[in-house]
Design a protein. Structure first.
Lengths: 334, 334
DNA sequence: TTACATACTTTAAACGATTAAAGCAAGGGG
DNA sequence: CCCCTTGCTTTAATCGTTTAAAGTATGTAA
């Protein structure tokens, strides 16, 4: 089956490609194309099973109707959730999403961004990897439309959609305090990422505002493989923690696995609160109380902000969304 | 920052775009370009931060270096696994993957395939939705390179990579029999999909070969929301089943949730065996014995088969891979 | 009869790359 | 002095679209 393009249709009907293009783009009336001719063209296109070559169209129009999305790590629940939301919203607006995962690696992040730019995406939605400030600055200088999601760099002024991490963590901590926990441990990554550090700040401020003196060892800033030592440290002390606040679902997952292994009961032996929900929580014996990010909303806002940026240029949006605290049964309510 | 193309470099150096193109494509020697000129071109490209316009290149070369991937449902573990594998292998070969999910809907499947074709993907990797035979036949007639993964239609001769579902189910059932289970229930979707039906066939043949008379009610062909009734039916009978063989991880997940709700212990009250592993199994109190598909291998084979098809045309490959039975602790070994 | 509007349709130049083919200058052989 | 190489560079067509601008034919008014 040979390719059929405008030319083939034009020959078949006996007109020029221009006319075919007009008709097929719905400009038949505007361009005053003879009705019969228009009909002939339409039915020829149908009969020959014409498929416009989007590549040629993109080249001419300098518009690919494609968004590049870079997430931090495809395995995160956050990533699949936000991807889904973004794809849905993009599709509504007739955009395709091509995406890749940086695996939290700054170089891979830069590489993906470059690949997308070469493919002439109309804009980018990015969950930036740690230390990718330089790449972001480059995008600004190059005037490439982009919006950050989930993470932003406080000292670079960009468009972004994030969670109000401070508030979410504050509220979560407050909930633990209200349910009579007094020795609350926060388990977070050892990181420089602003959004994660904001969670620590929310946690600490909540303690402070409720007059609970903070102990340094309650704030565990670790890598995921160090969960066992960290939990041992805070759970077997003379004054063991009565609640574990995990700053991400991945940390919580590993934490819960460790608790299972140690046969520690949740919430009997220790209360657990998580940020976000992992699929894996579904079969844990107790529903995990967690702070839920509005992924749908984030994705929607991200796409819409980006499209505004692409179409009308030069807008500035910094959006903070609020998390919902979903009450499960993983915190003792005594 | 205005766009820099071949033209800008050419002007900057004072040569024609042809020369620039040659040098930038590593044909400097072949085309006997003056060494100094070549160097000037290269450094100009660097200095101006030249990025080739892949769209223009694709149009000219009639090659996009893009693969279209359609999965059945983004939420399946199988889908994320195979996507990951395919992306990895594609990247190794300098291909980009654009993908979409049909959500098991035949029309959405066809639509996605069309979008990809319009975008001039070089080939397709497809997990076909139920009843999409027509679309597959169309692709064959149009001579568009594609390979099916996971699912194939026995009466259409295509290239495909699947699991040997019959054998996997046979072996799994045999394991249950070997561990002294005699009333084994198979829970599968109500479907016409060949690969899923093969699992039933494997199950039944294993029973037959071990002289266990099959009872109709042991084979539950249902929709996922009917799990509760189905399990009630087979577990509360006068002669309740001693093992549940779930044909997919999704079914198993819902089954386990139901067992949790009913406070039925695994494997104390009933043994459980699953096809594939859901992330959610991680926090179940007992590791689930399951048949594991070699996703990495499938993805790799799919990409390589497709690339052969794209490059050398006209090959025919039907590949069946074997599953591994991963022994957990969800089957009583008495 | 001329002029001009109306109703269509075609021409041809883009978009940014690739690449066969042609062009040009210098040097060597006869 | 003419012709042919060799070494290097440019010209121009092409990929499949879009779209201003120009073209043509017919009808109508002055």
């Amino acid at each position: 089956m040979k390719k059929v393009g405008l030319k083939e249709i034009a020959e078949h009907v006996g007109v020029s490609t221009a006319l075919v293009s007009y008709v097929l783009n719905g400009q038949a009336i505007e361009k005053q194309v003879n009705k019969e001719t228009a009909e002939k063209i339409l039915s020829a296109a149908e009969a020959l099973n014409y498929r416009p070559n989007q590549i040629a169209k993109s080249l001419k129009m300098r518009k690919t109707h494609t968004i590049g999305l870079v997430v931090a790590e495809i395995n995160y629940r956050f990533s699949t959730g936000i991807t889904r939301a973004i794809e849905g919203e993009a599709k509504k607006n007739n955009y395709t999403v091509i995406y890749g995962s940086s695996n939290e690696n700054q170089e891979k992040f830069a590489e993906l961004v470059n690949v997308f730019i070469n493919r002439q995406v109309d804009g980018l939605i990015l969950v930036p990897a740690e230390h990718s400030e330089e790449q972001i600055r480059f995008l600004q200088k190059a005037e490439i439309p982009f919006v950050l999601v989930d993470r932003n760099f406080p000292d670079i002024k960009t468009n972004y959609i994030t969670l109000d991490n401070y508030k979410a963590a504050y509220k979560a901590t407050e909930y633990l305090i209200a349910t009579h926990h007094r020795r609350i441990c926060m388990v977070n990554y050892k990181t420089t990422l602003f959004n994660l550090l904001e969670r620590n700040r929310g946690y600490r401020d909540a303690l402070k505002d409720h007059k609970i003196p903070f102990k340094q060892k309650w704030l565990q800033s670790i890598n995921v493989e160090d969960i066992p030592q960290a939990l041992d440290h805070v759970l077997t002390a003379t004054d063991p923690c009565d609640a574990l606040f995990f700053a991400t679902d991945t940390l919580a997952l590993h934490g819960l696995k460790y608790l299972n292994r140690k046969k520690l009961n949740v919430p009997g032996d220790v209360s657990v609160l998580s940020f976000d929900e992992s699929d894996a929580f579904e079969l844990f014996y107790t529903p995990i109380t967690h702070s839920r990010q509005p992924l749908e909303e984030m994705g929607k806002q991200a796409v819409n902000t980006l499209l505004e940026l692409i179409d009308h240029n030069k807008i500035s949006k910094q959006i903070s969304l609020e998390a919902d605290l979903i009450i499960g049964k993983s915190c003792k309510e005594s």
